[in-house]
Every structure is written in structure tokens, then in C-alpha cells.
Design a protein around this ligand. Sequence first.
Ligand code: DQQ
Length: 439
Amino acid sequence: EKVDETHRTGYHFQPPKHWINDSHPGPMYFNGLYHLFYQYNPKGSVWGNIVWAHSVSKDLINWQALEPAIEATKPFDIKGCWSGSATILPGNKPVILYTGVDKHNRQVQDYAVPTNLSDPYLRSWVKPSKGNPFIDPDRSVNASAFRDPTTAWFVNGEWHTVVGSKRDMVGVAYLYTSKDFKKWVRAKEPLHSARGTGMWECPDFYPVSPTGRRGLDTSALGKEVKHVFKVSLDLTRFDYYTIGVYDKEKEKYVPDLGSVDSWAGLRYDYGNFYASKSFFDYKKHRRVLWGWANESDGEARDKDKGWAGIQLIPRKVWLDPSGKQLLQWPIKELEMLRSPDPRKLNSKVLKHGRHVEVDGITGAQADVEVTFSFRSLDRAEPFDPNVCHQKGSTVPGGLGPFGLLTVASEKLEEFTPVMFRVFKKGGKHVVLFCSDATR
Ligand code: DQQ
């Protein structure tokens, strides 16, 4: 089978060939190895025949591919093994919760466990017939919009997980609880819901520390601890989050005032980033976020090139000191991919409408650290969050756009600008960081 290598990445995660989607199938750290599970079509480069592919790594950068962890073999997942999450139970026992599409095309929630805990690679997983599916959609639930269980957390003597859904146009995160991780009961009220948002795919719910950059275990609680609730909105295909408080008595998540659900709210990323999932890294005590980027140029091209999609370099996430948004940065391990002999360019003056060429690198892949400075920020205009996609890279503003022309052809017939604009907002300056794939 032919695989066109031209635009494959040397940074992000890719299997050797075929289609991938969703990082939501649960990354995890277990006994010295990171495990990445992801949605994969073993038969081709378009979506279909979905299994849970499985790779392991010591550093989140270099990966070894293993056999798929979960394949469609049982009546409760015969039409697909869709997204879900991993949870490490007490006694260091990993378990996977995932959505199976059953023979009647209903979305049910299933579990899988490793067959041999002493295999460090956890190569083989079993889906016991006893206890599967562990959640069947009852009549009150829309069985064709009921999927992607979260990593479970333990509070009030019970395990909790959330399943994404919708009721008409109301996005819903159904809450299920269990004393023994076997028998699950739906809570009276959803953990959270919001009108007018449509289907909530791939929910993620986790605590963040009010100060510092250390991550917290998914079950961590505490007076000052905040929670992040993220959903992938099927309607817009972006990942949105809010920051709020988890009321464990009422079993409700309440976003902070000003932290808005849906597309009026915050996104993890303003580029191509969907179906993401975070996990607590027990090794480095950080919260790590994975997201998936699909292709922009369509199915015919995907078939031609024999592959589609990447899992983006993982990021560390933590709460901004303002408590109002998250901060993120590519994981430190990424730096090991840098060349020992970087190209350096010092103190170049940038003139309006001109560019400076960085030679000695390829246009397709570069890891760049750059600092821009200005004599004055006076010309910054009032903040407008929509300016990136409305004005792209060619319409000038008060301050910007300026940045990098990546993947540029020699005569600049084609390029992808990665750019910044500086604005004024509430007596401060804010910066938008955007890209424009249309050029
Ligand atoms: N992809 C999975 C679903 C999920 C969707 C199926 C999000 O479980 O809701 O491949 O991209």
C-alpha cells in the first residue's frame, strides 16, 4: 500500500499509515510508560472500522506501536469502538471505559481491562462479557448521541464518570456513579448541561490547582481547587472549556461567573484541534493535554496519500493566576527533537510589508523561538477577538499582523502565516496568535 510521505510530520504523533481521530481514547501513565490510545481505521485513510489503536513511550515523544487494544468483536461493540478514557484504580489497576456501538446501532458504555498486569506494555485487553455494557441507554436517553465516558473520579465514597449527550439542542453531561466500578447508576441530575450547544462529544472534567503549575489527580479535591469542564462541540468542531467549581454535595459543576459555555466561551486552541483529552502524569505531576488535528484538504487527497490526521504534541496545562483561563505550553520533552546546531538570527528590523528570510532550514518543519519588540504600543487598536479570521494576514491593523511565513514556497506563491496582533483591552495590552491556511 502506497503512503505519500511528503507532508508527514517529524514532531507530532502519527502511525505509519491510515486514518486516525480523537485523542480522547485516554492517554495514561502506568508503571514507567506513557500509553496513547486513539481512534484508528486499520483498513484505510478515511473514518470507519474504528478500533482503539495503542502506542507506548518513555518520553511522550518517541513512540512504539503495539497491536490495537480494543477491537470490534462483541455484540456490545460490533459496530465500532469509539472514544472513552482510562482510569487507574487503587492497587494500580488500569481500566478503560469506552463507547461501543452495538448491533442495533445504539451507543452503549463498555469497559476493558488488561489481561496481564505484569506486562509493562499492557499489550492485551479483554472486554468481559459479564458486566458489559456497563451502561445501557434507557428510554430517556438519545441512544445515537450518548458517548465518550470520562476518566472516573472518586468522591463521597463512589466512582463518578460523565457521558456526553444532547437532548434536542441542549448539550448534556450525564453523571453516573458506582460503589464498586461494576454497577453504575445514573444521578438524578446531569453534572452539567447548556442550552443551544448541541451534542457534547468527548467531555473532560478535571481539577486544577489555584496556584502554581503542578497538575492534580482527577480525584483531587480541596477548598481552593478549581475544576475545568471541556466539551468538543460537534456543531463547530472546536474544543471549548469553562472554569468553575465542583459542588460535590449537589454533584454539580457550576462555571464561574464570566466563564461561558459554548462558542461564546474559551477555546483550548484557535486552530485545528478537536476531541482532546487530558490526563494526570503521575511521573512529573503535571496535567498533560492531547488533541487531534484532522486534514484540511479533503477525503480524496486522504485516500491518495494513504494517511490522515495527527495527534498534536502534548501540552502541559495549568490555571492562569487570574483564575479565569488556562495556560498551556508544549511539554518540555519536545526540546529533545531540536537540532544541536540551531540557526540564529539576531536583531533584525522588520519593515512594514517586508519579510526576512531564515535560510538553512526546511520550510516544512521548524521549531522556532522568536521575540518581537516595539518602540511603542500606542497604535494598538481596541480588542476584537474576530479579527484573525476576518482580516487574515493581509489586512493591516494598528499593530500587526507580524509573525512567521511558514511552509513558504520560494517565490511566496504559497505560505501559511503564523501571526500576532496586539490590541488594547481594559488598560492592558492583549495579543492574538493566529494562522491562516487559505494562502
Ligand atoms: N469520534 C468518536 C466518537 C466521538 C467523535 C468516533 C469525536 O466517540 O464522539 O470515532 O470526534
